[in-house]
Write a protein that binds this ligand. Structure first.
Ligand code: HEM
Ligand SMILES: NC(=O)CCn1cnc2ccccc21
Length: 290
């Protein structure tokens, strides 16, 4: 499968900054969502799920075709809860019908990440919507019950190495798990909408207890209401992953720049962009106030 980026005709940084601002303003005005977590985390999760179908073996799946817009893909039980994110973005698509869904879902994640205090993340337009026949079969998303070898093998399909996997999973500092979505529960601390390297410090410093939750799933819990999925905890069970967990716990700048790099790599995986076109870097709302 070939995915050639074709940027929307005649659109400039200013046009995409307008979309960024529409998403960011809507996030601000709907900050009460999910008990005050806001839409940021679920928008980041949507950008991940819309890219998580990628398979390096035939270059299929990934963010290019915007196929998450089809029920056939969005109905995957492992994507439960993401209908909140696509419903949030529907009016943005109506306001900017020229933007492809692949660009919309990835731009939504980049906007959310930056508005939650995450790194400045370059973004390139040009994903072109593909039809329902291109929706990959279910079964390409990861399950939360996996151990370290499961996680390593899963990301091998993207061609991501151990360092990239650990950095990428640092996204789980954002948002929550919900019993009604995934059958996992927590965290119950309040600042789940600020991007930082704390995921790694929590993994290393807290005393973790493996417990059965209200949905009879096993998860790791620590005092103070923090929790980890089995796939999160795998990062400290495996010595090769543990090395990077320690690196990122000690060095927030290294985490921010490594997360930015692998997040961009994830969102662009499988797409051929014209290298003469500069990636776009958006201003945050705060940066535009002055
Ligand atoms: C081993 C791979 C992964 C597994 C098994 C996994 C699993 C999960 C699960 C079970 C949830 C809870 C969903 C719910 O109950 O609402 C979740 C939420 C989330 N995931 Fe992941 N995830 C993985 C990788 C990623 C990656 C690579 C990213 C982003 C780069 C990401 C971003 C998020 C975010 C931001 C949330 C919070 C969403 C919210 O608050 O509604 N995850 N993930
Ligand atoms: N707050 C933390 O240190 C991690 C919380 N956490 C662990 N796994 C998660 C998966 C999704 C959202 C939050 C998650």
């Amino acid at each position: 499968t070939l995915h050639i980026a074709r940027p929307e005709k005649g659109k400039t940084l200013a046009d995409f900054q307008n979309i960024y601002n529409s998403i960011a303003e809507k996030m601000k005005s709907e900050s009460a969502y999910d008990d005050g977590t806001g839409y940021g985390p679920v928008l980041v999760r949507l950008s991940w799920h819309s890219s998580a179908t990628y398979d390096k073996n035939d270059n299929s799946g990934g963010s290019y075709g915007g196929t998450f817009r089809f029920k056939k893909e969005a109905s995957d039980v492992l994507s439960k809860g993401l209908e909140n994110a696509t419903k949030f973005l529907d009016p943005i698509h109506s306001e900017y019908p020229w933007l492809s869904h692949g660009d919309l879902y990835t731009l939504g994640g980049v906007t959310a990440l930056q508005e939650l205090g995450g790194p400045k993340t370059p973004w390139r337009p040009g994903r072109v919507d593909t039809g329902p026949e291109t929706v990959p079969a279910h079964g390409r998303l990861p399950i939360p019950e996996g151990n370290a070898s499961y996680v390593r093998n899963y990301y091998d399909r993207f061609g991501f190495n151990d360092q990239e996997v650990v950095a990428l999973l640092g996204a789980h500092i954002l948002g929550k798990t919900h019993l009604k979505n995934s059958g996992y529960d927590g965290p119950w601390d309040d600042d789940t909408n600020i991007f930082s390297n704390e995921f790694f410090g929590n993994l290393l410093e807290r005393k973790w207890t493996l417990e059965k939750n209200a949905a009879s799933n096993m998860q790791y819990n620590a005092k103070g209401g923090i929790m980890m999925l089995p796939t999160d905890y795998a990062l400290v069970q495996d010595p090769k992953y543990l090395k990077y967990v320690k690196k990122y716990a000690d060095d927030q700048d290294a985490f921010f720049s490594d997360f930015r790099d692998i997040y961009v790599k994830l969102l662009e995986r499988g797409i051929s962009f014209d290298d003469s076109i500069e990636p776009l870097v958006f201003k945050t709302l705060k940066e535009q106030l002055k």
